[in-house]
Design a binder for this molecule. Structure first.
Ligand SMILES: Cc1cc2nc3c(=O)[nH]c(=O)nc-3n(C[C@H](O)[C@H](O)[C@H](O)COP(=O)(O)O)c2cc1C
Length: 263
């Protein structure tokens, strides 16, 4: 197979691009978009976010040692792009994007109420790496939005329209290809070790059961400008997989599209 070597760089995609909120006591809350974020330990639950020192949020988080990671879904993707290209130095992003600050247990800065999940974090270490400093933090609370719970109270995170960032573009999740451990499960339809790409894609029972959970009653539209809007997940009777993999826009910065920002 013909392949080409690119110069070493960041090519670990797709990634969640999250809205990280922070606040100095007595000042306005702020949020910036972070793609260089990750889960780094299960117990204690720990995460990391990498921030350039030039960001307005950098000093706030460095001083307060607190932040909230807000997962981004299709309702929030426009705001996430905006918060990733505008600085809190110049604008009140919560106000401009009509984000609702919400109290999060364990931290004194707010989360974003519109987000499916807000993760309260307390910084334990700051590592200087190069262009970015990595903030290593303990997770002190997880707040789930009841809007994404079914009648039985089950949290349907994968039906909440989560956004992923890949190589400059934003997408929703594609259809489920299987669930954790399905390759070795007895009823996977294949003997252990016989798994191929084809068997993964054809695992009908697994897919069907996952997709059955994906019917959504949600109707949302993302305001792009005064005259345009991207309608997402409008058709309530259709399976989400029909609409999955939606690409929200060509390259980040679409929300202002004037100058190019470098993460
Ligand atoms: C999709 C996306 C991902 C980004 N990821 C990061 C990141 O991981 N680290 C970072 O320092 N900046 C990142 N940025 C840029 C900041 O979000 C951006 O500079 C923002 O305006 C900083 O806001 P602030 O000055 O209010 O802190 C990203 C921007 C976008 C659009």
């Amino acid at each position: 197979m013909a392949r080409e070597d690119f110069k070493p760089g960041n090519m670990l995609y797709p990634l969640p691009a999250v809205l990280v909120s922070c606040q100095r006591p007595g000042e306005k809350p702020n949020a910036l978009t972070i793609a260089w974020a990750g889960t780094i330990c299960s117990d204690p639950a720990m995460v990391s976010i990498s921030i350039r020192p030039s960001r307005y949020s950098y000093d706030i988080i460095n001083e307060t040692k607190e932040f909230v990671i807000n997962l981004v879904n299709d309702d929030l993707v426009f705001a996430a792009d905006y918060c990733g290209v505008k600085s809190g130095k110049d604008v009140d992003k919560f106000k401009e994007m009509k984000l609702t600050p919400v109290e999060i247990n364990g931290v004194s800065c707010p989360g974003i109420d519109e987000s499916p999940v807000c993760i309260g974090c307390k910084v334990v270490e700051v590592k200087k790496l190069g262009t970015h400093d990595m903030f290593i933090a303990n997770v002190v609370s997880v707040s789930a939005n009841k809007k994404y719970m079914d009648e039985k109270g089950k949290f349907e995170l994968n039906s909440s329209g989560l956004m992923v960032y890949s190589h400059g573009d934003y997408f929703t999740l594609g259809e489920s290809l299987g669930s954790f451990g399905y390759s070795v499960r007895k009823n996977s339809g294949k003997k252990s070790g016989e798994s191929t790409n084809k068997s993964a894609n054809n695992n009908a029972s697994d897919k069907a059961s996952r997709n059955a959970n994906k019917n959504t009653s949600k109707s949302a539209s993302i305001s792009v400008s005064k005259s345009t809007s991207i309608n997402v997940r409008k058709n309530t009777s259709k399976n989400v997989s029909d609409k999955s993999g939606k690409n929200f826009g060509k390259n980040f910065g679409k929300s202002i599209r004037k100058n190019k920002y470098n993460k």
